[in-house]
Design a protein around this ligand. Sequence first.
Ligand code: GRF
Length: 202
Amino acid sequence: MKSIAVLASGKGSNLQAIISSIDNDQIQQADIVLVLSDKPMAGALTIAKEHEIECLFLDPFYYTTRNEYEQAIVENFKEKNIDLVVLAGFMRVLSPTIINAYPQRIMNIHPSLLPAFPGVNAVNQALNYGVKISGCTVHFVEEEVDAGPIVLQEAVPVLQEDDVTSLQQRIHSAEHRCYPRAIDLFCREKIIVKGRRCYLYD
Ligand code: GRF
């Protein structure tokens, strides 16, 4: 059984998808033991409470440096023997303080087919560029933003009539399939990372 910590700043729809997938056994061998947010009003905290999952708001403004803030996060993780850190809309770039404490054990989901459109407003970037296919990417987190080894991707066609909201909605649906699947593979130890490539054995 793997213990998961989820870091989230926003609505928490991915957190909800992960919780539902654990409940219906689409993710096996996993338990979310902590949901941590940098935003007191994050929907993710409400979702955690509704499901009686321990949750914590850690105020970044309370700490003098980013390093101190991340050390506090790592301390919370260590107390709970976290095996996997899941970033689900956590709006902060992580430094080596967290990344080196959990090598290849931090996952992120990004709303584009990386390496296209990293960073913020990925859906907007894709629409403005005029691509016909976008999607989502689950990857391990390394120091360079949105650049770690890719676990899974799902393509989403960009339709003629799409605006940011409609494309984002369909990408979100893809995320809610991809992220639980990637987490399940990790928890059942079906992922081997060699260099940039993730080999999936299932
Ligand atoms: C998702 O679109 C994800 O790709 C990005 O942040 C968003 C989080 O959405 N990293 P939600 O809070 O899970 O609904």
